[in-house]
Ligand binder design. Structure first.
Ligand code: NAP
Length: 333
């Protein structure tokens, strides 16, 4: 079978190649998925560039890709909730990527039936962004009536997060550039802030939650716009104490990280605020929740571009441009 592989750390164009490899052999707890579509996420190109090598060092050649939709073609003896022929989707575990391939063996615990009303491209665009957002808003204990700021409403995370927060009854503010304002409004955001012409700092205040998808100064500024006791959940900010523990980092690295987040610690103390860097985890129950949300049309997938398997490297470049309007998908079959 054909698989895209990472051959070394560095530039996308010189460190990826297609290879013929054996079809995976499944264990008793796994299913073999014939991949139809694979969702692309920023983590895919970041891994190639080596941004995560301190947390998980790759052995080359290494498979790539985390989001998948496809058909179960084999199942292990201990798999009860799925059958051969089922149309499924998953965000595969971080230790075993490889959805940019014709087949992938996945632990069935993290595989769910895909939403019935979505095609394979659409279904593959939801797992990672959906799970991340559900886990982020769980940590922030989102409730109806909360005032929430979602940065980058036109990005892969943003398009899911706006619809999810609205489905929970939140009042949603979001930021994007002029060209995206109209279609982002249609996703249900109450106030779309055009960052080219307005400053969100003049518009939002006393927020319950900031969902920080941008990092850097945006993480620090989040503490200026939350209410006393508000919450900042970040996907790209500094590592907090709890997350450093989850990552099992050494005492010296934890010390360095505590120095790096000094300003965040100071600002969060001033606001008696909660701060957390989210590291999403695969979760079947939450995939089933996303399936329900999609089937009841509370969430619709927004796909910017679909690339054929042969053009996977272009797909990663496009994702890396940082200008995607929703999700990027690779069509494998
Ligand atoms: N920690 C985790 O578990 C986790 C999980 C998922 C994602 N992430 C991270 O979260 C980040 C966002 O992911 P994503 O999939 O949403 O990325 P993405 O799809 O690449 O985001 C692209 C969007 O960002 C918007 N954007 C760029 N700069 C902006 C700004 N200054 N203000 C407002 N919008 C801006 C762009 O809109 P314009 O063209 O209008 O600027 C574009 O639509 C990535 O860094 C990703 O690695 C982390």
């Amino acid at each position: 079978m054909r698989q895209l592989q990472i051959t070394g750390y560095g530039k996308i164009e010189s460190n990826l190649k297609f290879t013929e490899v054996e079809k995976p052999i499944i264990s008793d707890n796994q299913v073999l998925i014939e991949v139809h579509s694979a969702g692309v996420n920023p983590i895919d190109y970041k891994i190639v560039e080596g941004a995560l090598k301190k947390v998980r060092k790759l052995i080359f050649p290494a498979p790539i890709g985390f989001d998948v939709s496809g058909i179960v073609v084999e199942k292990g003896a201990h798999v009860n909730h799925l059958n051969v022929g089922d149309e499924v989707y998953s965000r595969v575990p971080s230790e075993s990527p490889g959805t940019f391939a014709e087949y992938i063996a996945v632990n069935a615990d993290v595989v769910s039936l895909k939403p019935k009303n979505l095609d394979f491209d659409e279904a593959s665009s939801l797992p990672l962004v959906g799970l991340t957002t559900i886990q982020s808003f769980d940590k922030a204990t989102l409730k109806s009536g909360d005032k929430v700021l979602i940065h980058a409403g036109s990005g892969g995370i943003g398009v899911f997060a706006i619809q999810y927060a609205k489905s929970k009854g939140a009042l949603v503010y979001t930021t994007t550039s002029t060209k995206n304002v109209d279609w982002v409004k249609e996703l249900g955001a109450d106030r779309v802030i055009d960052y080219k012409t307005e400053s969100y700092l003049d518009i939002v205040k006393d927020l319950d939650i900031v969902y920080d998808t941008l990092g850097g100064n945006y993480t620090l500024e989040a503490f200026d716009v939350i209410k006393q006791g508000g919450k900042v959940v970040s996907l790209v900010g500094e590592v907090d104490k709890e997350t450093a523990k989850e990552l099992n980092l050494s005492a010296i690295i934890r010390l360095i990280l505590s120095l790096k987040r000094r300003e965040i610690t100071k600002k969060s103390k001033e606001k008696t605020a909660y701060y957390k860097l989210i590291l999403m985890k695969p979760d079947r129950t939450q995939l089933e929740e996303i399936k329900q949300l999609a089937e009841s049309e509370l969430i619709k997938p927004i796909i910017d571009k679909t690339f054929p398997f042969d053009k996977s490297i272009e797909a990663l470049h496009y994702q890396k441009s940082g200008r995607a309007k929703g999700k990027v998908v690779i069509k494998i079959k």
